[in-house]
Design a protein around this ligand. Structure first.
Ligand SMILES: NC(=O)c1ccc[n+]([C@@H]2O[C@H](COP(=O)([O-])OP(=O)(O)OC[C@H]3O[C@@H](n4cnc5c(N)ncnc54)[C@H](O)[C@@H]3O)[C@@H](O)[C@H]2O)c1
Length: 282
């Protein structure tokens, strides 16, 4: 199949990689030349690591050769499936989905990797809502087997079955959620991250001790603050904003500390500075 992915950031490049690994040809689109060149480097090094562990049947170079890295949406024309993975902003997603929908053929399935935005609302931006649904991957995509499948009111059952089969075929293990803010995962995870940040903001404990509590006390592989840095603090902020607005519940309101960090460009791992400091690989 020919798979299109729009947005070559943390998620888009991982989504492109797993489809190319499974033998599909991939068109990975981004408006940023930097994001595209980093995506190529990151996919190459991820594939080298997997090859080193003996986890692949194809050579990394052969897999990368199946991916075109472009800033040209017109190339989505012949795609069987297009997955949108741009910023978690309603206006940007609606514009991007409308553009994708105006380019692709009538039989193409369009999916959104949104973490929290209503799939019913997004489906209004496409020409064929029956061929549109939420396909929510987890980070890092090549490692995490979970995908949340979120149909809208209008998604056809044939499309749900078809996408479920394809996801299983590329090694994913789906769960199904009704279209509701935050679906299953972020409705539960974001309040945890929010409380962890407030616990730090109120001077109760350091990020290191909050994270240690979850690693050693609850057997989580990562504490909530490290996880927020890993997801991207801007992504967490945007998701909390959507949940706060859509539920109308202050239990989802983004903490001031999180807003200040996003405003000052401290976005977590991807920028080298979040609640912790990291070596930047770019
Ligand atoms: N980071 C995570 O852990 C995670 C997990 C699951 C889902 N998501 C969701 O995936 C989506 C992307 O998140 P991310 O972490 O990859 O963000 P990111 O900031 O790493 O990447 C987003 C990319 O989209 C590109 N972009 C923006 N507008 C565009 C447009 N109009 N056309 C083409 N490209 C455009 C940007 O240049 C950027 O490279 C969001 O909806 C987010 O909520 C994120």
């Amino acid at each position: 199949m020919k798979i299109g992915v729009v947005g070559a950031g943390t998620m888009g490049r991982g989504i492109g990689q797993i489809f190319a690994q499974a033998g599909h040809s991939v068109t990975l689109i981004d408006v940023s030349a930097d994001a595209l060149s980093f995506a190529r480097k990151d996919i190459q090094s991820s594939l080298q690591r997997l090859a080193g562990k003996g986890k692949m049947k194809d050579e990394p170079d052969a897999i990368v050769a199946r991916i075109e890295f472009l800033n040209d949406m017109e190339r989505l024309k012949n795609c069987d499936i297009v997955i949108e993975a741009v910023f978690e902003r309603l206006d940007i997603k609606k514009d991007t989905l409308a553009r994708i929908s105006s380019i692709v053929g009538d039989s193409t399935v369009i999916g959104s990797n949104t973490s929290s935005i209503s799939i019913d609302v997004l489906s209004r931006a496409v020409r064929h809502p029956e061929r549109f649904l939420g396909i929510h991957f987890f980070n890092p995509v090549p490692v995490m087997s979970l995908v949340e499948i979120v149909p809208s009111e209008f998604t056809s059952s044939t499309v749900i079955e078809h996408i479920t089969e394809i996801l299983k075929d590329v090694g994913k293990d789906p769960v199904f959620s009704r279209n509701f803010p935050g679906f299953i995962s972020n409705r539960i995870l974001m309040p945890l991250i929010r409380e962890a940040i407030l616990t730090y903001e109120q001077g109760i404990a350091s990020p290191a001790d909050i994270d240690k509590t979850f690693r050693l006390g609850m057997n989580h592989p990562m504490g909530p603050i490290e996880l927020a840095d890993f997801i991207g603090l801007d992504v967490c902020y945007d998701i909390m904003e959507v949940l706060y607005r859509d539920f109308g519940n202050p239990a989802f309101k983004p903490p001031v500390t999180l807003k200040n960090m996003v405003d000052s460009g401290k976005l977590g791992r991807k920028t080298g500075q979040g609640f912790y400091s990291y070596e930047v690989r770019r």
